[in-house]
Design a protein around this ligand. Sequence first.
Ligand SMILES: [Zn+2]
Length: 228
Amino acid sequence: MVEQPSWKSEGLGTKKRVALWLVQEVGAGSVFTKEQLRAAFEGVSQVDRRMRELRDHGWQIDTNREDPALDPSEHRFVSQGVPVWEPGMASRKPAESVGAAQRRAVLVKDNYLCRTCGIGNGEAYGDDHGATSQLDIARRKVLLPEGDIEVQLVTECNRCRTGGRGECDLGAFGSALEQLSPYERKMLFSWMERDARAFNEVEKLWGVYRTMPAAARATAREMSLAHT
Ligand SMILES: [Zn+2]
């Protein structure tokens, strides 16, 4: 465990100091203004830009675009990303802008679907506004099973992108998996392989059962009870 340096440490780069300032002075969940940021880093150039760059490392810092409750001069430090002040951490990130080839690769792997809502590219959202989707690449903070944090790319539509998705916790996913029965795990794995949820046998039988006449339903219930 690396000890967290002070945000005032002169030896650190501006981006690292801004990250530490957010953690130590603002605090996750709190609002800060551009003026407060500039005042803390008086005389340091491009502080705003360094602050925005933290998003490339999985930091969630909202403006009034993502959070309409904010004033145009305000930001909300929602959650911390990669601890960029730790040795080697600042360089662990996807390229600043996602290149065309990388973008295409992510879209192909994600089956050209928004991984949050499942919409395809150019499809109608089906609401009154008649808006259609536009797929883009977003960065998602992933907590690896061993506890490390990594920023990975994911396909999201323009609407879900502004929703500010939380992080993805593979450790918690693993713990929840362990709670499933072997049958449930097998079912889940088959959905993963198809990248779609299929009706399982239980749901199929339920579909058959609910259309039965009352007397047949009673018999079906007795048959099920006999098997429990
Ligand atoms: Zn979406």
